[in-house]
Design a protein around this ligand. Structure first.
Ligand code: ADP
Ligand code: TYD
Length: 206
């Protein structure tokens, strides 16, 4: 069954839709797991705490992201796909290109080596890129919680992250669908339902 990732700069609004989309799929009799990165396994959640809180070099950050991802693929994502379940993940490797390459300045060819090593060709079937202006996203974030190590970055960091996300969407338009989030949550949900329709088994669309 499909493997779907949710991406976007912090505060774009992606997490708002993950559980909702899972509920829509379950209403269509689909078996779905929801998960997130960094995280998704006990070891991955421990690495998440380090990544979100502790100072570290850009290389360390990238390697820990992929260590968590290797565990996530081995323990959660591949087994669920083999059982025939849908997998919805709040972030995956596009986030590493956007944050570690765009944000931190790591060369993409270095990341590509890790991607090939850890994923061995496995890619999401569909990626929703939740996109909004950086200042709108930042206002949404400050409204709701204490910022983590990434969320404390300045606007220009998020501009670079957003640029890489949009470049990746332009390069892979079939996989990465840009969803504008400067509108109501209901309007966004209508668009998500439409984008999902081709992936649902024919019976589920009736
Ligand atoms: P992300 O997972 O992309 O960091 P969230 O989904 O946690 O973002 O949303 C960040 C904040 O913005 C939350 O308080 C959420 O309720 C709010 N939010 C999400 N989508 C919208 C929207 N379309 N319009 C206004 N506020 C939104
Ligand atoms: P996220 O769970 O989306 O944070 P929140 O729920 O607070 O919005 O992601 C945590 C942070 O990790 C986010 O700022 C982006 C960052 N990140 C990377 O830098 N690289 C990656 O490969 C991943 C998966 C996340």
């Amino acid at each position: 069954m499909p493997f779907i990732s949710f991406e976007g700069i912090d505060g774009a609004g992606k997490s708002t839709h993950v559980q909702w989309l899972a509920a829509v799929l379950r209403a269509h009799q689909q078996t779905v797991i929801t998960t997130r990165e960094p995280g998704g396994t006990p070891l991955g959640e421990t690495l998440r705490q380090l990544l979100l809180n502790d100072a570290m070099s850009a290389d360390t950050e990238l390697l820990l992201m992929f260590a968590a991802r290797a565990e996530h693929l081995a323990q959660v994502i591949r087994p669920a796909l083999q059982r025939g379940e849908w997998v919805l993940t709040d972030r995956f490797t596009d986030a590493s290109y956007a944050y570690q390459c765009g944000g931190r300045g790591i060369q993409p060819h270095r990341l590509a080596v890790l991607e090939q090593w850890v994923q061995q060709g496995l890619q999401p079937d569909l990626t929703f890129l939740f996109d909004v202006e950086v200042d709108v996203a930042q206002q949404r974030l400050t409204a709701h919680h204490r910022p983590d190590r990434f969320e404390r970055e300045q606007g220009d960091f998020f501009e670079r992250v957003r640029t890489v996300y949009l470049q990746r969407a332009a390069a892979e338009p079939q996989r990465i669908r840009v969803v504008r989030t400067d509108r109501s949550i209901d309007a966004i949900r209508c668009e998500l339902s439409e984008l999902l329709r081709p992936l649902l088994p024919a019976k589920a669309c009736e």
